[in-house]
Structure formats: C-alpha cells, structure tokens
Design a protein around this ligand. Structure first.
Ligand SMILES: *[C@@H]1O[C@H](CO)[C@@H](O)[C@H](O)[C@H]1NC(C)=O
Ligand SMILES: [Zn+2]
Length: 299
C-alpha cells in the first residue's frame, strides 16, 4: 500500500506541475516535424478531432455527379499587382493577396474572396501533397484560400461554409513546359528562409500565371476542414485532379529553401502536410465539362 505523501512532498508536486504547465503553454505550438507537437498530437486542438476533417483520399469511384455544380469563374486572378507579400509563417510559405479577387459559380453559396495561397510539400524525393487521389499523392499541393463574402478568417472559421479552398497538385516533370511564374515564385523563396521572414511583391507573377496549364473544367467537391489547427470544419473543398507539371528545379526550391524556425536551429521546412483523415459517410461530388474526361474513373 502506498503511504500518504507528507505535506512538503505535495508542495513539491504542485510546484513541479506549475513549472511543467507553464512551459507547456509557452513552448508547445503545433508543428509538423516533432512527435511532441506533430499531427498526431493535434486531436486536442480546436476541431482537429472532428468527424469531417481534411485532407482526404479521394476515391474517384465513390464520387457522384454534381448536377448542382458548375464551372468556376475566376475574377482578378490574372492581376500581377494582386500578390502582395510572400511570407514564411513557420509552417509553410504563403502569399498574402491584396483584396478584390474572387471566385463564384454554381455550387458555391456566395461569392468567395481571395485572401491568400500557400503550399504543402515534403523532400524533393517524397510526395508532399495533403490530398490523395485513389491513394496517389503528388509532390506539392497548392491551397488557394477564399472567404465567404469577404469575411475575416476569424469569422470564416465559425461559419460551416466560411471558406472555399481550391487545391491544385504540382508534379515534378523533366519535360514540364517552361512556366516563368513558377520559376519566379520558387526563386523568391530564397528570400524567406526563416520563420517571420517576408518579402514584398511588386508584380513579379500573377496567380493566373501559376495556373496557366491547368484544366479547370473538372474537379471534386466535398465538405471538410482546415488542414492546420484549429482544423475548423468550415471549408468547401474543390480539388482539381489534373496536376500542374513543374520542373524538378522548382520542386527543389520549395523543398530546400526554408526552415521551420531559424537556419541555426536547422529544422528544414519539409514534410509540412497533414496525413489523410477518415472520409466516413460524407458526400463526394465531381463536376466535369471537359470533353476528354467524361468518365470520372479516368480522372
Ligand atoms: C475585404 O475585406 C478587407 C479586409 O477587411 C477590406 O480591406 C476590403 O476592402 C474588402 N474588400 C471588398 C471587395 O469588400
Ligand atoms: Zn493548406
């Protein structure tokens, strides 16, 4: 049988708890690269333990035709003065956009205003996309983040349809067509190696320029969450299955240029994707008007 702790020992425990509690609050931000704060530990944050989480593996044979869906209209995507600031936020590289660009289309309950876009990746040699299509993942995934009727991101998190995120895959390809926008953007990453670094943009590229080769006439649609804490279940996801071919050099710039914190600490920004989450009994739809893709099984 255990003896009852003398009062001084209890006091020690309280002190220890206070010390541990204090350090827990101040140091444990969520992360990707450590077991103490990586994706497996996120279940206690926000809605990360919810039933409608992202990313998912898209099983194309389970997709239903979305008769309520239509082509997406992109407004202001070609404007080179829209991208404003390139940022290393300690989790991924993000481009903040000047307000005004938007998307709309049948199946979206409002006009969704462009706020920012960012990327997820791994090492050059390993797939770093968040979503998978029939189990296949790609090198890099681009997320273009919009909010409903220009809500703030804080408001959008509280609305079940607060965000519309467009996801595109990047695929390393030795024979990728030359795309200046990708070369320009990936070269700029060298200016933001450390957390908190940012670089002002002055018309170097447009978002439309990055998407030039994409066939945007077919996509998958489902309802899910942000893929980073607080994992709010407030996202209308649109996944474009046709990958964007980019040169191996572009992939290398993403995977080798950045650190999660400081160069000195040496935690390379890689592996910054969340693993796929259970789809459970959600509905997955597809839309297509591409004459090459009538059969969703061939997406
Ligand atoms: C959207 O919201 C931002 C930030 O609150 C604001 O500066 C901007 O003018 C708004 N844009 C539109 C088109 O309403
Ligand atoms: Zn993302």
């Amino acid at each position: 049988m255990e003896s009852i702790n003398p009062p001084w020992k209890l006091g020690m425990h309280v002190l220890l708890l206070l010390l541990l509690g204090g350090s827990y609050v101040s140091c444990e931000e969520w992360c990707y690269d450590k077991s103490s704060c990586g994706p497996r530990t996120w279940y206690s944050l926000g809605q990360c333990n919810g039933a409608n989480q992202s990313p998912i593996n898209i099983e194309t044979r389970k997709a239903m035709p979305g008769s309520h869906l239509g082509p997406i209209d992109f407004i202001g995507y070609e404007d080179r003065l829209r991208p404003q600031l390139l940022v290393n936020n300690g989790h991924y590289a993000e481009v903040e956009m000047k307000s005004g660009a938007a998307i709309f289309g049948r199946g979206l309950p409002a006009t969704y205003y462009l706020k920012s876009f960012h990327f997820h990746w791994d090492k050059s040699s390993a797939p770093g996309s968040e979503h998978a299509v029939n189990g296949k993942r790609y090198d890099i995934e681009l997320h273009i983040v919009h909010t409903k009727n220009n809500m703030s991101t804080e408001q959008a998190r509280k609305d079940p349809e607060g965000y519309a995120v467009l996801a595109f895959f990047l695929k390393k390809d030795n024979y990728a067509p030359k795309m200046n926008a990708w070369k320009t953007l990936s070269d700029l990453l060298e200016f933001i190696p450390e957390k908190g670094n940012s670089r002002q943009l002055h018309g170097e590229f447009s978002l439309g320029g990055l998407l030039k080769t994409v066939d945007d006439s077919h996509y998958y649609r489902y309802h899910g969450s942000l893929t980073t804490p607080p994992c709010s279940e407030s996202v209308i996801w649109t996944i474009f299955p046709d990958p964007i071919p980019v040169s191996p050099q572009v992939v290398k710039k993403f995977t080798q240029s950045l650190y999660f914190t400081t160069r000195k600490e040496g935690r390379r920004m890689q592996n910054n994707f969340r693993p796929v989450q259970p789809f459970r009994n959600r509905k997955l739809f597809y839309f297509t008007e591409s004459k090459y893709h009538h059969d969703p099984y061939q997406f």
